[in-house]
Design a protein around this ligand. Structure first.
Ligand SMILES: [Zn+2]
Length: 244
């Protein structure tokens, strides 16, 4: 008898929970992170309109693509790719803003899964061992509470099975904003910024560096150099978006 009462209570609680969730969704629907207009199921994150209009680059299928060319003559990278074009006032800009400045960690993982779906074959073909996120300076990461590039790696790991390591590469100097400097000044600004921890963990490894947006590529270039100098077998580069 007692068992039946407990079971009954559980069912009532479950039903109550279901109706509570449904009511909350009606009152406060989850809005698409791309357009902030259409409502979506919480786990969907992006509405069908935004999904269909996302500016995919398809760079993962194109060798000598624009991002690869960016690094020609600067650092030997195995391949480079960005999943989306980044543009002002686009859904991708909105999405990255939510990931970086509005504490939307789940959205970061979600977008990392999308990257992983696109990159799976390329990473497998090139025997990728680990992904390494572009590090934030510890003070910045503490303030934000997380590193958005690590969230992308987490999502990529979920779809590709390739692990990531966010301890081997460290940003020791908080750099100034990169936007107003020419390429030489930017390079001087970043070349001594990064350091390797636990070099044994990268020995003879095929590494993919991961960041949210590639603009000049200066930080990626510096990280690729330091990984190769410390024993990485190969370095490749990928990002969620590429600034056109
Ligand atoms: Zn939308």
């Amino acid at each position: 008898m007692k068992g039946i009462v407990v079971l009954g209570n559980r069912m009532i609680k479950r039903k109550f929970h279901f109706y509570k969730e449904a009511l909350l969704h009606m009152l406060f629907p989850s809005l698409c992170y791309g357009c902030e207009e259409n409502s979506v199921d919480e786990e969907e994150m992006i509405c069908i309109n935004c999904k269909l209009s996302l500016p995919y680059t398809s760079f993962e299928k194109i060798r000598n693509n624009t991002v690869e060319k960016l690094f020609w003559g600067r650092v030997p990278v195995l391949f480079s790719s960005s999943t989306f074009y980044y543009g002002e006032k686009t859904s991708i800009q909105q999405i990255i803003h939510h990931i970086k400045y509005r504490d939307q960690k789940d959205l970061g993982i979600f977008m990392g899964k999308m990257m992983g779906d696109r990159l799976r074959i390329l990473l497998k073909e090139n025997n990728t061992d680990i992904c390494v996120p572009m590090p934030l300076h510890p003070s910045k990461e503490k303030k934000r509470g997380y590193n958005q590039a690590s969230l992308l790696c987490e999502g990529m790991q979920q779809t590709t099975g390739i692990p990531y390591n966010d301890l081997v590469l460290e940003r020791r100097i908080a750099t100034d904003t990169q936007t107003q400097k020419n390429r030489t000044a930017r390079w001087n600004n970043v070349k001594d910024v990064f350091a390797i921890n636990h070099p044994k963990r990268i020995q003879n490894k095929n590494i993919v560096l991961v960041d949210d947006v590639i603009t000049t590529g200066a930080s990626m270039e510096a990280c690729a150099h330091i990984l190769l100098e410390n024993g990485a077998k190969t370095v490749a580069i990928t990002s969620l978006a590429y600034t056109v």
